[in-house]
Design a protein around this ligand. Structure first.
Ligand SMILES: *Cc1c(COP(=O)(O)O)cnc(C)c1O
Length: 481
């Protein structure tokens, strides 16, 4: 018999040494990360100089490779769990979930079908049920699926909406979303092959909410012209301002018009676990489908998104295919094959990290952590309002606050203010001290903080604002001469 030496394996001792080194590094990172700077810079040339090579024909010592990776690769990414990461939607992960994720990978669990892994499928069913209850969806009839993120959840939702509402012919189908909807929805619409003429982007009002009147006019006009309105995408927690669309009113319109009601709550929906968030989320339970992103405000490591649906059959009706090579593992209907509920066949075991962290910390700790972020943004708003230098451009909403440097008594033009605030962000980013970027509101440059990290303190915010003021002073001199 031929002996195979190419099994891609290490000895037991080597594996233990290798694994311990990784766990040590992760723990060390978790402890030290809050002292480390959040921003890392690196050009393509610098990265090439470190990593560019032909795929090596001959291997190297495992621990040598690992050392190289720990020193060079792991140190060159922005730290999105850092308390001074204010930009985008931060990713304040947690250690327990990170370890659970490693376990899922270590065992290489196939989370596609029941037969291959009943416990993985069951944990996905159970954790989806937890989420259905949290969001007030029907417990028995409802369903859902974990995805890689919010973008894939939105794509899964729109695919389902189209299948259920339009069947085979979607040539006249029209989809509605607001100008504040997340770009992933537009991407999903493009992936699905809709033309530009089938998309209606409805302007928002002064508070960045869906304008109901404009929406109604648009739907009515489309019907008169022979189009088929089939799907509306609302947002519960816009990325820019944290704004929640008027969910109950939109739900009613969708019901009256027989339109699929999708809510993109990728970052914001988790706020339902807090008392203030619960108020804002009224009506969320009326959606046909809802995107939430556990890798944002449910503190999970990447990648984890989730789509919840009011009727689980809508997913199976959209995604079930019965190829001959899967005929032996179909099982019964209570034993869900998640490959029949979404796009992926082979899927990683995402439910494990979510399950492990909720079991470990309890929902109560999640509620407290989420409420903290909302309160922190409100406290930041009141600090800004009391200052002569800062203007609150949009009030704290779902842990997001938009503001700009606009000192009382100095008569800057709007253009100058845009320049100064852009420069503040550029200087902060160049300093590496905090991850703080701008966005545009009503065409003007503003600074935006998203404060969902439960490890961010008021002190972190005050230090960052002081730094902003320092850079503002420097830059306003320059920009005015
Ligand atoms: C982040 C976000 C998305 C995209 O989710 P990913 O997990 O990044 O794919 C979609 N919608 C909203 C409102 C978001 O905040």
């Amino acid at each position: 018999m031929k002996k195979n030496n190419a099994t891609l394996e290490l000895s037991k001792d080597e594996m233990l040494a290798y694994g311990h080194k990784i766990v040590d590094a992760i723990v060390e990172h978790h402890i030290k990360q809050y002292e480390e700077l959040p921003v890392t810079h690196g050009s393509r040339e610098e990265m090439d100089s470190l990593f560019l090579e032909e795929a090596p024909e001959k291997g190297s010592e495992p621990l040598e490779v690992l050392d190289f990776i720990l020193d060079n690769v792991m140190t060159k990414s922005a730290n999105l769990t850092h308390p001074k990461t204010f930009a985008f939607v931060p990713g304040p992960s947690n250690f327990v979930s990170a370890m659970a994720d490693s376990l899922a990978t270590g065992y290489n669990i196939f989370s596609g079908g029941w037969a291959a892994s009943p416990a993985a499928a069951e944990l996905e069913i159970i954790t989806i049920q937890w989420l259905l209850k949290i969001f007030g969806f029907p417990a028995k009839k409802g369903g859902g699926i974990f995805t890689s993120g919010g973008s894939m959840a939105n794509l899964t939702a729109l695919t389902t909406a189209r299948r259920i509402k339009c069947g085979q012919d979607f040539s006249k189908a029209i989809i509605y979303l607001s100008d504040q909807a997340h770009s992933s929805n537009i991407k999903a619409i493009r992936v699905l092959g809709f033309t530009k003429e089938q998309v209606r982007i409805i302007p928002t009002d002064s508070e960045f909410k869906f304008s109901i009147n404009k929406l109604k006019n648009c739907i009515a006009k489309d019907r008169l012209e022979g189009y088929v309105p089939f799907c509306l995408i609302a947002t519960s927690g816009t990325t820019n301002t944290g704004t929640v669309d008027p969910l109950s009113e939109l739900a009613q319109i969708c019901k009256d018009e027989d339109i699929w009601f999708h809510i993109d709550g990728a970052y914001g929906a988790a706020a339902i676990l807090s008392p203030k968030g619960k108020q804002l989320m009224k009506g969320i339970e009326k959606a046909d489908s809802l995107t939430v992103d556990p890798h944002k405000w449910f503190f999970q490591p990447y990648e984890m998104g989730c789509l919840l649906v009011r009727n689980h059959k809508h997913l199976s009706q959209t995604f079930t295919e019965k190829p001959e090579y899967l005929r032996d593992i179909e099982g019964n209907t209570s034993e869900i094959n998640f490959y029949d509920h979404g796009i992926q066949l082979t899927r990683r075991f995402r439910a494990l990290k979510f399950y492990t962290s909720i079991k470990t910390f309890g929902l109560r700790e999640f509620r407290t952590a989420i409420s903290y972020g909302i309160d922190l943004a409100e406290e930041t708003e009141s600090v800004l309002r009391k200052s002569k230098n800062w203007e609150v451009v949009f009030p704290a909403t779902l842990a997001v606050i938009n503001f700009r440097y606009n000192p009382i008594g100095k008569k800057y033009t709007e253009k100058q203010l845009d320049e100064i605030n852009q420069k503040i962000s550029d200087s902060i980013m160049a300093s590496g001290e905090a991850l703080l970027v701008t966005t545009l509101l009503h065409g003007h440059v503003v600074l935006r903080m998203c404060l969902i990290n439960p490890r961010t303190t008021m002190n972190d915010i005050m230090e960052t604002l002081e730094l902003c003021e320092k850079y503002a002073a420097e830059n306003s001199l320059v920009s005015l001469v």
